[in-house]
Structure formats: C-alpha cells, structure tokens
Design a protein around this ligand. Structure first.
Ligand SMILES: [Cu+2]
Length: 440
C-alpha cells in the first residue's frame, strides 16, 4: 500500500526542504544550471507561445528544436508545437502538436491494489524542485502547478539541457587520413514527479538527427508498506527472507498527437516482413516486406519484423519522398491484466476529451468508455493519435535499496525521409545522394 495523500504531502514537504538546503549550500551562481536563458535569435519564426513557455535549442551540430511547454494538473509536463529544423532546411518542420504521458498504471502482483498514478494518485502535484546539479549545463524553469496543495505553487521543476550521445556517424574517407565523424548532441527536457515512495523522471530527448526518445525512469524508494509479501509474490531484499518486496508492474502510456508539416491529416502505415526458407536455386532465405495502410482505428501489437510509421499529408523532402516518422517500440513486458494494457499500440481518431489511457476523467459522450481500448471502435482515421504502452515488471532486488536505481522504459520516434539525406551530412559529402558515381 502506498502512503495516503496527507502522509505524501508531508513526505514531499520534507523532500522540498532537502532541495532548498542543497540549493542554499551551493555557491551562489556557481552551478551550471543557473545559466541565463538564451535570448531568442532574431531569425526565430513567429512565436507559438510566450518566452517563458518556449523551449528553443540550437545544437552545436546545427539542428534546432523548438517547442512550447505547459504543465497539466494531471498529465504533468506537456510539450506542444514541436518542430525540428536541421541545418539546410529553410524553416522548422512541425512534428507534433502535442506529446505527453497518457498514464502510469501500477498493479501489484498479489492483486491487493493497483494505481493509476496520473489520474488517481496526484502525479502532477508531486512535481519536485530540482537542485542545480540535477540539470547539468542547463536551465531550470519555474513551473506553476495548477491547484497546488503547497503555499507556493511554483516549483523549480523543469530542466532543459543538452547532452552528448556519442557517435552520430563515422566513415572512412577516400584518403587514408580523412575520417568523417560527428558526435551527436541531444536536447533533454525533464521533470521529476513524486508519487508515494516513487519518483518518476519524465524525460524527452530531442536528438540532432531528428529522433525523439521518450522515457519514464522510476527511482526514489520501494514502497515501504510492501515489505511483507508472505504469499510468495515478492523478492527478499533484507537479511534472510523476512523483508520481501511485492513485485508489481509499471505500465507507462504516452499520447502523441502528430502534425507533420503542420497538418494533422497524417496517414498511418504498418509494415510486416516475412522470411521464407530458400527454394531450389536460391542461395539464401528471402524476405518480403508488405505495407498495410491503416485507415481505421487500430489496436496493435509489437512483434519482430513489424513497425509503423506516420506519414505526412502534405510534406515531401527534396528527393520527392513523403515525410514520415517511424514508431520505434521500446523493450516492453506487456501486462495482460487489464483491457487497456493488452495491446502495445493504439491509434485513435483525435478527440479532445480522450487524454488518459485509463480512468480518463472526461466524459467523452454516452458509451464512450474510460480507456483507450474502448476508443478503438472503427472510426476512420483523419487525425490519428498514437498511444504507446510500454510495460516493466518490477521484481525488486537487493540493489533497489537505497535509493532505488533509476529503471527506465520508453520508446522513440525516428525520422524517415524527413530530409533527403542524413541531416548531419557534412557539406563535402552533400553530393552523395542516391546511387552516386565516384568522382575523379
Ligand atoms: Cu517498481
């Protein structure tokens, strides 16, 4: 059982003090996170939001990400109007209207309890102050929590920073001493939300190659009241076998409202490949890939050789190919215990009332249902919304104390034909598009 709201409020107040004490102990102005927000460049397009709610980062490799943020009383951080502008593109390319969590569902293995952390357990209220050192090299923005329980509703809770991710590419040139290589850079945007004993990191990673990776990391502490799994559904975590932590699942949902090239009339496609053993005369097995156009709402499952993409209704790259974003599912342990966790991916027709994958608070009309699986009912997709369900079965281990190391779950979306070439192609190689001929 988790702590109740009152206890949790006390817990959070105590944690807040810790952060304040840390901040007070730091030398004023010394932390990298105290860097001043950068002024918007003169060439910035018409603002989609006021400066306080704008995130704009030009990465050293030349790619600029732009977006607006707001903070929802249940969903927490919501990123909107997200656009990507690699070097060489004359203007920002809109990718998403809105990107946010859609639920974190936490059922315990012994059947004693399950939590819907966003809609039922005050995930958004639990926004935590970040110490400067938690946002290395970045900026911590102040977030006003709607209907805050605290005297001061403002939390220094949103970090935007950059991080290296290692090689973006490497290629040996045609002379022995020429190596083309680049180190990838990412914009990171994250918050930490406390729910009971847990602290969830909601991390959005915007890569300079156009990919977006979204992850939820769970840390904090194992639930203190769950140390007595006498029914054999836990794992011993203290000396001997007296303290057992009940195993449970974290089923995280994301809701992505795409708007490729500024239009929500995107098309969904599913690709499946089948591998066939060699027939007489063939030297190797053959693989055939087929495309299925998804024109109606979908409840889909991840599997080997399957992927989906969202295709722009209007935009083409300089090769004349329709722009798209591929959905790259992450590692998941699908929880079959509830109707809404039974499938990995849902695509629903946009409905402004459909915001949470389970226990949706809004009344979306008679018979509409309260969970995402119910909203897949055959509607034609003219404005598809993607819901991704990534599950993690948490069987505690001795190393989970103390604090519990962050365990991550999430997935990516990756550009497919958004640009005609690698968006990080160095100028010298810009001519090597398609079946190029060696130059003499
Ligand atoms: Cu857990």
């Amino acid at each position: 059982m988790r702590v109740n709201s009152n206890t949790k409020a006390r817990t959070r107040a105590a944690a807040g003090l810790t952060v304040a004490a840390l901040a007070a102990g730091a030398t004023a102005g010394a932390g990298p996170a105290t860097a001043q927000p950068k002024a918007a460049p003169a060439a910035a397009p018409a603002a989609d939001c006021s400066a306080a709610y704008r995130i704009e980062q030009k990465l050293s490799s030349g790619t600029t990400w732009r977006m607006c943020w707001r903070y929802d009383g249940k969903a927490g951080l919501v990123l909107e109007k997200i656009s990507y502008q690699p070097k060489g593109e004359p203007k920002p390319i809109r990718v998403l209207n809105s990107a946010r969590l859609g639920q974190i569902h936490v059922p315990y293995d012994d059947g004693s309890v399950e939590y819907d952390d966003l809609t039922g357990f005050d995930f958004a209220q639990g926004l935590m102050n970040l110490a400067p050192g938690e946002c290395p090299g970045g900026t911590i923005k102040s977030v006003k929590v709607p209907d805050s329980w605290n005297e001061d509703p403002n939390v220094k809770g949103l970090c935007t920073t950059t991080r290296s991710r290692g090689h973006a590419y490497r290629m040996q040139g045609d002379t022995a001493n020429k190596v083309f290589q680049a180190q990838g850079k990412d914009l990171l945007v994250y918050t930490v939300n406390q729910v009971g004993w847990y602290e969830y990191m909601t991390e959005w990673r915007f890569q300079d190659d156009g990919a977006i990776t979204m992850n939820v990391g769970a840390t904090g502490s194992l639930s203190w009241d769950d140390y007595d799994a006498g029914d054999g559904r836990g794992w011993p975590i203290g000396k001997g076998a007296s303290a057992k932590s009940t195993s449970h699942s974290h089923n995280a949902f994301w809701r992505l409202d795409f708007a490729l090239d500024g239009s929500t009339k995107n098309k969904v496609e599913q690709y499946d490949s089948a591998v066939t053993a060699p027939t007489r005369g063939q030297r190797a097995p053959t693989t055939k890939t087929t495309r299925t156009k998804v024109t109606k709402e979908l409840a889909g499952d991840s599997k080997a050789y399957r992927w989906w993409r969202m295709v722009s209704a209007t935009g083409k790259n300089k090769d004349g190919h329709a722009r798209s974003y591929e959905i790259v599912p992450g590692v998941t342990t699908k929880y079959p215990g509830r109707s809404y966790t039974k499938r990995d991916l849902y695509v629903t027709q946009y409905n402004k009332c459909e915001l949470f994958a389970s226990h949706n608070p809004g009344n979306c009309g008679p018979g509409a249902g309260k969970s995402v699986d119910k909203w897949v009912n055959g509607q034609t997709l003219t404005h598809p919304v993607v819901w991704m369900n990534i599950g993690f079965h948490h069987i505690a281990r001795d190393e989970d104390q103390q604090p519990m190391p962050v365990h991550w779950q999430g997935f990516s979306i990756a550009p497919r034909d958004v640009t005609a070439m690698n968006p990080l192609t160095p100028a010298e190689l810009g001519w090597q598009n398609g079946h190029w001929q060696p130059r003499r």
